[in-house]
Design a protein around this ligand. Structure first.
Ligand SMILES: C[S@@+](CC[C@H](N)C(=O)[O-])C[C@H]1O[C@@H](n2cnc3c(N)ncnc32)[C@H](O)[C@@H]1O
Length: 309
């Protein structure tokens, strides 16, 4: 497979959820452009005066978006926690649909220079946007053992977090951990058992990546902005790949679908302010064929909501 390719997950259900057919000249936002799998299908369905805003924090992804010659497409190098400001700067709101396809792309994972992977050795970085923030090596150099343990336990749901954090701190006393291969080898010494076929470093790498990129904070900041930029009956579609992400999406949608009850004001049911959104359908997961063709899809969940007012 082309190392720069990314097979989109839940492509049809996610783009169907945006209901582009009912407003083909609307404005849609792909907040995680990646390699543009979802964006290309959105453009196929969009009418001649429709508009697609493609956002990604990764400069490599933005370069791919810029190379797509389509005058309906505008790309932005931004974090999706800057969604509202990005649309304001482009004079692009309100939106008819916003899509998030969370996590990392295959080209990010597969390029050893980006430092996400343990399969091929590379510099230990893991930033989706290498122009900002602190990479994994620098964080591991500075963090104390309790912080490393907490990240690996909470974001990796790793049973051996304590042993791994101890091993990392012992290893860095001998010299800084600067390569993905070094980190994977240190983790392997501390992990006693692993599910068949899973590399001992899988959970630790995932946890450090989530921390370095502040993935859960980004999502929590972005969802209310997505709701704010949507017009009435606009659609929000979110594909998550991790139970912690899915919980944030689920709780956000459920809270928005309940009437907002002002505190300490006694109200009758018919006087309650209406909910902000409506949950559309049940959460969708990829079927066995999609998972077989694209193992990355196995933990994906799509949730959809519609803005009510
Ligand atoms: C799973 S990929 C998206 C793939 C895309 N849907 C496709 O079909 O090609 C996730 C993308 O979102 C980007 N991303 C993740 N978190 C982000 C954030 N907080 N702000 C902006 N982009 C983000 C990543 O850089 C990556 O390119």
């Amino acid at each position: 497979m082309n190392p720069d390719a990314h097979v989109p997950v839940l492509l049809l259900p996610a783009v169907d959820a945006l209901a582009i057919g009912s407003r083909p000249d609307g404005t849609f936002v792909d907040a995680t452009f990646g390699r543009g799998g979802h964006s290309r299908l959105i453009l196929e369905r969009l009418g001649p005066s429709g508009r697609l805003i493609a956002i990604d924090r990764d400069p490599d992804a933005v370069a791919v978006a810029r190379a797509l010659e389509d005058r309906r497409l505008t790309s932005a190098h931004a974090r999706f926690s800057e969604l509202q400001a990005t649309l304001d700067a482009l004079r692009a709101g309100p939106a008819d649909g916003v899509l998030f396809d969370l996590g990392v792309s295959s080209p990010q994972l597969g390029d050893p220079r980006r430092g996400f992977g343990f399969q091929i050795d590379g510099p230990l970085d893991m930033r989706m946007d290498p122009t900002q923030g602190v990479g994994a090596a620098e964080w591991l150099e500075r963090a104390d053992e309790a912080e490393i343990r907490g990240v690996i336990r909470d974001y990796g749901e790793e049973r051996f977090a304590k042993q791994i954090a101890k091993a990392i701190v012992a290893a860095r006393r001998r010299g800084p951990l600067t390569r993905t291969g070094e980190l994977a080898a240190v983790v392997a010494t501390a992990v006693r058992t692993r599910e068949p076929g899973q590399n001992p470093a899988t959970r630790t790498f995932q946890a450090i990546r989530i921390h370095v990129n502040q993935e859960l904070e980004e999502l929590s900041l972005a969802l209310p902005q997505a709701l704010a930029v949507l017009r009435r009956s606009g659609r929000l579609a979110v594909i998550s790949f991790h139970s912690l992400e899915d919980r944030i999406v689920k709780n956000f949608m459920r809270a928005g679908a309940r009437p907002t009850m002002p505190e300490r004001v006694p109200l009758r049911a018919r006087e309650m302010p209406p909910p902000k959104l409506r949950i559309v359908g049940l959460p969708q997961k990829p079927g066995p064929d999609e998972i077989k063709a694209n193992p990355r899809a196995r933990s994906a969940v799509l949730r959809v909501a519609e803005k009510l007012s």
